[in-house]
Design a protein around this ligand. Structure first.
Ligand code: ACO
Ligand code: HSE
Length: 373
């Protein structure tokens, strides 16, 4: 788990390494105040003289700022799209990726120190995606970027991109919204609530004040299991695992011996849960999940068409055909409500929502033609 940094001025120029900027206090949409917000970010490439080549890549729920390789050779999560010679060519574009407020990849979050020197823990306030966008606009100011050539993201990253285009119409020239609709639906909120409750009901959660003690790992792993099922399609799970037992474990036969054993798919979900526990903070998981629950581009802005009418960016909308969490219909609803004719591009992937990570390369030619030619 990465603990958020304390305030450090804008620093560093190396590609693909963490840098930090202090963006000051943040008055929050839902009330409350974060006195000193630090954003962690990475950059690739160089900003040109008129600052017209800056691209903001927004990460998804448990993503980090590490979109592509850099000084370290650690693999990035969107390398099919971003890098030297790639669609978002870091030899031509200045690419920025910022850890969302509330996260645990360097930006101010629940594990950061509050003014009293203790971790925020249970005191960390609700920070909506709109609040995060305001903080990110201050990072853009600090980097000398008035308007982004493009803001792009998938899933929660897509929600963040859309929020940018509507909150700051004059600062976003192009906007790519992938695998997300204009708002979190009742079902998406429902899945999210089950995840946050899984963490809150872990005895180690202690209302969120567990730092320095055992972390609510079982709750976080359960949250990830619930989430991961929604990230993958039923067909993929059937194809990969069927009703098979894991290794020598035989669920029904073993049950008679008092050891239930596991189906393969259970073992797979156990693995996904364990992996997230090793890299993520439970309070951050709740903070960001609740930020995503708050995603609603229309809040305080009238109808969907009214809300989107202020955006002046050129839009690119895409979805994964087998996504059962962020259904393609929601991308169609968004595209239809956007000003002008906006088609919905399709990632063909049998695996479901996670196709926006594993198969993002499919959108390369279309994105290149639309935005990066
Ligand atoms: C550290 C960071 O910065 S993370 C930030 C970037 N990441 C993200 O944004 C998203 C987080 N990651 C993910 O959501 C997913 O890992 C993805 C979508 C990127 C990858 O998906 P896929 O490549 O399809 O991998 P898949 O979901 O099939 O998982 C494969 C893993 O399951 C394991 N697995 C497969 N079958 C089983 C089984 N029966 N029992 C136990 N484990 C199993 C594999 O061994 C593999 O393990 P590994 O990841 O430790 O190597
Ligand atoms: N696998 C993705 C899914 C959320 O869109 C993540 O963990 O961020």
């Amino acid at each position: 788990m990465t603990i958020a940094a304390t305030a450090i001025p804008l620093s560093g120029t190396q590609d693909g390494t963490l840098k930090y900027v202090s963006v000051g206090g943040l008055e929050l949409e839902a009330g409350g105040f974060l006195p000193e917000v630090v954003l962690a970010y990475e950059t690739w490439g160089r900003l040109n003289a008129d600052a017209s080549n800056a691209v903001l890549v927004e990460h998804a729920l448990t993503g980090s700022t590490h979109v592509a390789r850099g000084e370290s050779d650690e693999e990035g999560w969107w390398e099919q799209l971003v890098g030297p010679g790639a669609t978002i060519d870091t030899d031509r574009y200045f690419v920025v990726s910022v850890n969302i407020v509330g996260g645990c990849y360097g930006s101010t979050g629940p594990s950061s120190s509050a003014p009293d020197g203790k971790p925020w823990g249970s005191r960390f306030p609700l920070v909506t995606l709109r609040d995060s966008t305001i903080a990110e606009a201050r990072l853009a100011d600090a980097l000398g970027i008035h308007s982004w050539h493009t803001v792009v993201g998938g899933s929660m990253g897509g929600a963040r991109a859309l929020e940018w285009a509507v909150s700051y119409p004059d600062r976003v020239k192009r906007c790519a919204v992938i695998s997300i609709g204009a708002y979190s639906t009742a079902e998406q909120i429902a899945f999210a609530q089950a995840q946050t409750l899984a963490i809150r009901q872990d005895a180690d959660f202690k209302g969120g004040d567990y730092y320095g003690q055992a972390a609510p790992e079982a709750g976080l792993a359960l949250a990830r299991r619930i989430a991961h099922i929604t990230y993958r399609s039923a067909d993929e799970l059937d194809f990969r695992f069927g009703r098979n037992a894991q290794g020598g474990e035989a669920p029904l036969q073993a049950a008679a011996l008092g050891d239930r054993g596991r189906y393969q798919v259970e073992s797979y979900l156990d693995h996904q849960g364990r992996k997230l526990v090793q890299r993520f903070d439970a309070n951050s998981y709740i903070a960001i999940t609740e930020a995503l629950m708050s995603h609603d581009i229309t809040r305080g802005r009238g109808s969907l068409e009214d809300a989107l009418s202020v955006a002046t960016a050129k839009f690119f909308v895409a979805s994964v055909d087998s996504d059962r969490l962020y259904f393609p219909e929601q991308s169609h609803e968004l595209a239809k409500a956007l000003p002008g004719e906006v088609p919905v591009h399709v990632i063909e992937a049998p695996i479901g929502h996670d196709g926006f990570l594993t198969e993002i390369g499919q959108l390369g030619p279309q994105l290149r033609e639309a935005f990066f030619g």
